[in-house]
Write a protein that binds this ligand. Structure first.
Ligand code: BGC
Length: 735
């Protein structure tokens, strides 16, 4: 339209014409940019503009290190999905981040703050600390240029030998689910997507790509899936990662039951499912409910590119399904703020961030034995022999894709037969020995423990001997329960030389303790992260109370486990090794069903070495006056008193002991209660309703029977302090 055309037209017509011409020049604006609209609406508006190719481009991502041509500035990390600037869609810049922003492979110049291991975090029983830790790594991720974190590991610790237990949150669905939800919320408070993983039943590393998990539906819903349900419904992660293994013969990433029926339908999950790296085997994955293929370079084909397009064109996969897959990805980018808050890297301050990590470590260290009150160490001095564990340089960490290597770390080559990736055995630069020397008034002397006789000689002349025992665990390989490298013999030798021997364990998992009766003290420090050495020293000297509680049972021997021999050891080759013959797939029968960990011990009437929930404090607590209220819901209240002379933190736990028809133990609620000396508090614990219900397969719902429920409040799954009961009504709950 020109001025000539406008001559002689009425005013209204001119206004209309001008208006129309403005509209015609910018056909419909870009309405999806309006942040007042819901994420779903914005995704729909944007999808209306996108071609099939544009949509498909959202559905498969690269493994940066294997890309043939890398765009300039691309950070080497787990994954990358290109952005689409014409629509304002940011690139999805993905990093592993289970325990901090992973950086193996980016060279020594890269820095990041490692959190303590997942089991250390779970030992705090503190959703608040989980949130703080998540918020810290989410912040660092943005500062380092990432907006999608592959963080939110929530596989149930069915086996204490699982090489990745250190990335997860223990053996209880309620504890793990609540902490995972809090950590996801913390991460996503930074306008970042967090990823709950590995969905589901990747509960051992041996043969993880070939094994088939065998478990009945009710047991599955009440265990592994329950943890994910609590994590996902409480945390709202933008993404969920499906796992490598199969369930009843079907790969998790091609499994309609897991991805569509349960996750998307029953739980109404609105985000997207991404695959684990190399976990897509065919287009069946798209039909089953996978939305995004990750690490496409390591799959046999990029199934979610040309093959998906061809399937959409010939109707094998309806085009509207491709649109829905893209919708889920876009929805999360809008919902979590990635679209509206572009990355602006810079400003990393690992020193400040380490304080968060240190807090988790201090509160997650578990005091397992303290005979004769050998701990806390006397502040007055004396001679202390520190032995082994590279305590002079740092604290050990776990290997694999989650590995964080802060500047100044000390590295050893990985043991033979273990996966080569991940940077070897990494010690975070926080030396317990140096932290003790800074704190001690007396002498702290060190020997590396390679010579048990020399260690015993040093111990003999000391007032106290502290042996640091380390156990490296890693993704891709399951570990033995025995301490390796002659450390049991070292402890025995030191304990024989000095009656005041304390063992500090830095392990990814429970370990066996054949020397337990011979030592006076044991601390489980897990992998304690950036300020782990300082945290260990603080607990040893009693600057803080020993307040961690075990999130996983410690067995007396393999014979106590549901599967004394780890399945598949004969079938599966160590990750990274190749063979001309593909390994035969094998089944893992989870016959313990939902009786995982402490529930297994209770069901079998066995006593573990240390039960779930266990941990000593430097003070003492009295429990009294239990009142239980039933009806529709269940809550108990009781009085908790610190009867000792020091401030301390107690973690009372509410357990179901039996329902109307059967004996069955379950953690129903927990709290973390700080108390000054002499202080009393009334504590109220309310059971999560889901945990009192069973899965009703026929009715496809949760069902609680009416009747009498027996309960106990205790210091651990094995130590009831107060017993009671309540009568509850019958209830049903949506799946
Ligand atoms: C792991 C995932 C990880 C991915 C990308 C896989 O080996 O199982 O947890 O996110 O690699 O690094």
């Amino acid at each position: 339209m020109t001025l000539k055309h406008l001559a002689g037209a009425s005013c209204a017509a001119i206004i209309l014409a001008l208006g129309f011409s403005a509209w015609a020049a910018k056909p419909a604006g870009e309405p999806w940019r309006d942040a007042r609209l819901s994420p779903d609406r914005r995704a729909d508006l944007l999808l209306d503009r996108m071609t099939l190719d544009d949509q498909i481009a959202l559905l498969h991502g690269h493994m940066a290190v294997l890309m043939k041509s890398r765009p300039p500035g691309l950070i080497q990390s787990a994954g990358w999905v290109p952005g689409q600037p014409k629509y304002g869609i940011p690139a999805q810049s993905e990093s592993d981040a289970s325990l901090g922003v992973a950086n193996a492979g980016r060279g020594d110049g890269d820095d990041a703050t490692p959190l303590p291991s997942g089991l250390a975090l779970a030992s705090t029983f503190s959703p608040e600390l989980a949130y703080e830790g998540g918020a810290m790594i989410g912040k660092e991720a943005r500062q380092k240029g990432f907006n999608v974190l592959l963080s939110g590991g929530a596989n149930l610790a069915r086996d204490p030998r699982n090489g990745r237990d250190f990335e997860y949150l223990g053996e209880d669905p309620l504890l793990g689910g609540k902490l995972d939800a809090a950590s996801i919320r913390g991460i996503q408070s930074n306008h970042i997507v967090s990823t709950a993983k590995h969905y589901a039943l990747n509960d051992q590393e041996t043969g993880r790509q070939i094994l088939s998990a065998e478990i009945d539906e009710a047991a599955l819903r009440e265990s592994d899936l329950l943890e994910f349900k609590i994590a996902i419904e409480g945390g709202h992660p933008g993404s969920v990662m499906c796992s490598y293994n199969r369930l009843h013969g079907t790969y998790a990433c091609e499994n309609p039951f897991l991805l569509t029926d349960v996750l998307k339908h029953d739980w109404g999950y609105p985000g997207y499912v991404m695959s684990d790296w190399g976990a897509v085997h065919s287009l069946a994955a798209a039909k089953a409910g996978l939305d995004q293929e990750s690490g496409q370079e390591i799959d046999k084909q990029v199934f979610f590119d040309a093959p998906l397009k061809a399937a959409a064109k010939d109707g094998e996969i309806p085009a509207r399904q491709v649109r829905q897959m893209a919708h889920r990805v876009l929805r999360s980018l809008f919902a979590e703020g990635l679209y509206d808050h572009p990355l602006a890297p810079g400003g990393l301050d690992t020193r400040a961030d380490s304080l968060v990590s240190g807090k988790v470590a201090e509160q997650g260290i578990v005091l397992l034995k303290n005979e004769g009150g050998v701990l806390p160490l006397a502040a007055s001095g004396g001679r202390i022999a520190v032995i082994g564990g590279h305590a002079d340089v740092g604290v050990i960490s776990g290997g694999g894709s989650s590995q964080v290597i802060p500047k100044g770390s000390f590295k050893l080559p990985p043991p033979k037969g273990s996966p080569g990736w991940g940077g070897g055995i990494v010690f975070h630069p926080s030396s317990p020995m140096k932290a003790m020397q800074a704190r001690a008034k007396g002498q702290v002397e060190y020997t590396d423990g390679t010579d048990p006789a020399a260690a015993a000689a040093l111990a003999k002349g000391a007032d106290v001997a502290i042996v640091f025992a380390t156990q490296w665990n890693s993704e891709g390989v399951d570990g033995p329960l025995q301490l390796t490298g002659g450390q049991d013999a070292l402890i025995e030798a030191v304990a024989a030389a000095n009656p005041h021997t304390i063992v500090v364990l830095e392990t990814g998992n429970p370990v066996l303790m054949p020397w337990l009766d011979k030592v006076q003290g044991v601390l489980e420090a897990w992998y304690p992260g950036a300020l782990g050495g300082e945290a260990i020293a603080k607990v040893l000297y009693g600057d803080v109370d020993a307040s961690g509680r075990l999130p996983i049972s410690f067995p007396k021997s393999e014979d106590q486990l549901p599967r004394p021999e780890l399945p598949g050891l004969k079938n599966a080759l160590p990750e990274g090794t190749t063979t001309a013959q593909p390994e035969p797939p094998f089944d893992v029968h989870y016959t313990e069903g939902s009786d995982v960990g402490y529930r297994w011990y209770a069901a079998k009437g066995m006593t573990p070495l240390f039960p779930f929930g266990y941990g000593l404090s430097y003070t003492a607590f009295r429990y009294g006056g239990l009142k239980a209220a039933g009806g529709k819901g269940l809550s108990v209240s009781f009085t908790l008193t610190n009867t000792g002379k020091r401030a301390g933190i107690e973690t009372p736990q509410l357990y179901l002991a039996s329902g109307p028809h059967r004996t069955q133990q379950r953690l129903l609620a927990f709290a973390r209660v700080p108390l000054k000396p002499g202080e009393s508090r009334t504590v109220t614990l309310t059971a999560d309703p889901l945990l009192l219900a069973d899965w009703d397969e026929a009715g496809h719902r949760w069902k609680r029977d009416a009747g009498r429920y027996q309960l106990f409040v205790g210091k651990s799954a094995g130590a009831a302090e107060l017993k009671g009961g309540a009568t509850l009504t019958a209830e049903t709950m949506a799946p």
